[in-house]
Design a protein around this ligand. Structure first.
Ligand code: ZN
Ligand code: ZN
Ligand code: FE
Length: 759
């Protein structure tokens, strides 16, 4: 007989781990006990040598589908007395290292039950089990036990209680376990607060088919739903929500329906049907009947499958694809509370499908796509965050990186675990500030994190920068594009030097210009700017992000004689004369014309010149629509790399001049777009090749929002690989600013080390 103590860490709570241990203990005649504690699962086991070995092997190899063992420690201990095997109650001690699984989409068995008329959970919208259901959105504290969740107010009925206590049940210790008898309930109200009689889901489906907008309380917040095949209602939802150009996501009942609208490859299918159930960007089919208002002028649609029983039941009743967009007014955080939603969404929704289980933490839907056979994330939230990412090298201090301003996430770093927050949003309003703080408090509490160092962007005007400075912690400022590259390195778990290509819209440059077309030699400690795109004046500063024609004026003014530039502006856009004159007055006298080398802006300019659009309602709209047009061509425009001194400057002047010629020759926008994309890709490839032979570094990290453009990225990666350079793309965090906080944390942890070595 041997006596063992087995400690497991990872996702081992809330996924049916203890009943599983109980079952395999029975199988192998092992005595002892299993319990949850704040760091994971603890097992005491005794039995014959052979039996123990089989038990241990089953423990690792037969684990429940959603479990993830990150660490297993087996120690021989002094004999203890035991009769049979028992599940003992949770202990609250030690470091809180336990990893709770993210919220999981409804499993197949639960799905079967809700559609089975003979089941006691038939049509019950809050059905869940240890393999699926809410987690982070209902948890208040660890350990993950019912009293620490928003299910605590629902007292389990006799039937639920017996499942909960039955180790052979799929619902053994399923903390959110519930049924129609004892669990949360749905109700439907109109926007004047009147209850709508009838079965709430059937009635919701009926009004949705009638072209109404319904606010639906979901897992991490409210959705606004409407028919995705009805132009009128989709357009009116845009008006009411004040979300004009940005694409909406569409929920479809299953994969077969999804295939009617989009091309779905194997990897996308795998991602869509995973328990994370994110929105997946997919190329739309020619014959798709989805409203053109859903994703105006874009090639891809964001589709996702139902991930809660409410969704499954509703989709089946409605029988049409539904727009499901976050329940907020444009740019505000998503609503979570019934009364808050009724107040804030009153003007938007015609009906409210509500329930009485509280959402404790706000989560948006995640957005992702497949690219070159792997996941390529766009927005990380539900189903992903804040499950920690393993990084190397580990940090010796606990750190909080505040992230940038737009598409903000923050990152808490402890050892080799990086807790990247869910997508927070654009940190430019008080509302987002409270969302940030709420998420920070919840993650810090759940994982007992106490940061000793803060990290932030170098930009002096970012709200996140001033928050970091006011935090009372020593604060490390990290250059935006260095953070992008460090993020890509951490994402790929590589260390040492790389050639980093950071292409995005905007980032604070230490030389007083706006950066964003960057080539650097970088590691986690430092970076050297080796090359960048030519900088152009940006008349009116940030206004040019939306009034794209301003940026065009900045480029034309730099590549043409100023009178010719003005004439050209006249030809391209019919601006009011006073406005055109004002812009050129600004340019000639250099008034409020910061210089930008942001690559995103160059795509905007090309889009506007070729007639795609002269103004944008969201950052990068012109560039996104321009990408959607691009056709495969083998021609490109001329560019020059000035290598006379470091950093090299890549002159895109000739690119725009040749492009203007094409515009005047009425070459089709598809072809112009194709040529421009190919040109920008070749700029990256030629520059990187040059820098690789100069530095002897052959690893390339690609980061920044521009690499969300997969038409461009595809050309870049295949050409770099052709040249025998090793390419690293983001795989676990977004290439856009949603991944920047991870890079900030990695750089700051090294800066801190250097600092302490000196002391
Ligand atoms: Zn289930
Ligand atoms: Zn019950
Ligand atoms: Fe950026």
């Amino acid at each position: 007989m041997r006596f063992l103590k087995i400690k497991l860490e990872g996702i081992v709570q809330g996924v049916g781990f203890r009943p599983f241990v109980y079952r395999i203990a029975q199988d192998h005649r092992i005595s002892g006990s299993v319990s949850n504690n704040t760091s994971g699962v603890e097992i005491y086991a005794t039995g014959e040598e052979m039996a123990l070995e089989n038990f241990l092997s089953d423990l690792v190899n037969e684990k429940p589908p959603q479990a993830l063992i990150e660490d297993i420690r087996v120690t021989e201990i002094t004999p203890f007395e035991s009769f049979g095997f028992a599940i003992v109650s949770s202990k609250n001690d030690g470091d809180r290292l336990v990893l709770i699984s993210p919220d999981l989409a409804t499993c197949d068995e639960c799905k079967r039950e809700i559609f089975d008329p003979s089941d006691r959970r038939y049509r019950y919208p809050f059905t869940n089990c240890t393999n699926c259901g809410p987690r982070f959105t209902i948890i208040r504290d660890t350990p993950y036990d019912r009293p620490n969740t928003s299910m605590s107010v629902f007292k389990m009925c006799v039937d639920c209680k017996s499942e909960y206590n039955d180790p052979s049940s799929r619902r053994f210790h399923a903390q959110p376990n519930a049924c129609p008898e004892c669990g949360p309930k749905l109700r439907l109200e109109d926007n004047r607060g009147n209850n709508v009689s009838g079965e709430p889901l059937r009635e919701s489906a009926r009004v949705l088919r009638d072209g109404k907008v319904v606010a639906i309380k979901g897992l991490g917040g409210f959705h606004l739903a409407c028919s995705a095949v009805d132009d009128v209602v989709v357009e009116s939802l845009r008006e009411r929500k004040k979300r004009y150009g940005k694409p909406f996501a569409v929920m479809v009942s299953d994969l077969n329906e999804a295939r009617k609208y989009c091309e779905i490859d194997e990897v996308s299918e795998e991602i869509m049907t995973s328990p994370r159930c994110p929105i997946v960007l997919l190329p739309e089919r020619e014959d798709s009947v989805l409203s053109k208002q859903v994703a105006p002028n874009l090639r891809d649609q964001g589709l996702f499958l139902p991930y809660t029983p409410v969704h499954h039941l509703l989709m089946r009743e409605a029988g049409i694809p539904l727009v499901m967009t976050s329940g907020n007014v444009s740019s505000e955080p998503i609503c979570t509370d019934n009364n808050e939603a009724k107040k804030r969404l009153n003007e938007i929704a015609d009906f409210f499908l509500l329930h009485n289980r509280d959402i404790l933490v706000r989560y948006d839907d995640s957005v992702t796509r497949a690219f070159r056979g792997e996941e390529y994330p766009v927005r990380r939230a539900r189903g992903y965050a804040p499950y920690p990412l393993r990084v190397s090298p580990p940090s010796e201090v606990q750190l909080l990186a505040y992230g940038p301003e737009l598409k903000n996430t923050f990152c808490l770093l402890r050892g080799d675990q990086a807790f990247l927050s869910q997508h927070i949003g654009d940190m430019d309003s008080e509302a987002e500030l409270s969302h940030f703080e709420e998420a920070l408090n919840s993650i810090a509490r759940l994982f007992s994190l106490e940061p000793q160092i803060a990290a932030c962007d170098m930009h002096p005007d970012y709200l996140t920068t001033s928050m970091a400075r006011k935090s009372g912690l020593p604060c490390v400022e990290v250059q935006h594009h260095h953070a992008h590259i460090a993020s890509c390195m951490a994402d790929n778990r590589i260390t040492g030097e790389v050639i980093g290509v950071a292409w995005d819209g905007t980032g604070y440059g230490p030389d007083g210009t706006i950066w964003g077309g960057e080539f650097m030699k970088a590691d986690f400690t430092e970076f050297e700017r080796l090359a960048h795109l030519r900088a152009y004046p940006m008349p009116g500063g940030d206004r040019a992000v939306y009034e794209v024609y301003r940026m065009v004026a900045g480029v034309l003014f730099s590549v043409l004689d100023s009178n010719d530039a003005e004439e050209e502006m006249e030809r391209l856009f019919s601006l009011r004369e006073e406005e055109r004159e004002a812009i050129f007055y600004q340019l000639r006298n250099d008034i409020n014309c910061p210089r930008t080398s942001g690559a995103g802006r160059m795509f905007d300019v090309a889009a506007a010149m070729s007639g795609v659009r002269k103004t944008a309602v969201y950052d990068g709209q012109a560039a996104c629509e321009f990408e959607a047009l691009a056709s495969n061509v083998y021609e490109d425009y001329h560019f020059e790399i000035n290598r006379s001194s470091l950093p090299w400057v890549i002159d895109t002047g000739p690119v725009f001049l040749e492009m203007l010629d094409d515009v005047h020759k009425r070459v089709s926008p598809d072809e112009i777009s194709g040529k421009f994309h190919r040109t920008m890709a070749l700029i990256i490839v030629e520059t990187v090749k040059g820098l690789a032979s100069m530095t002897g570094i052959n690893r390339v990290a690609l980061s920044g929002g521009v690499f969300q453009n997969i038409f461009l990225t595809e050309i870049v990666v295949s050409e770099l690989e052709e040249a025998d350079l090793e390419c690293f793309l983001h795989r676990r965090v977004p290439a856009n600013d949603g991944g920047v906080s991870l890079g900030q944390a990695m750089v700051a942890s090294r800066a801190e080390r250097e600092y302490r070595d000196l002391v």
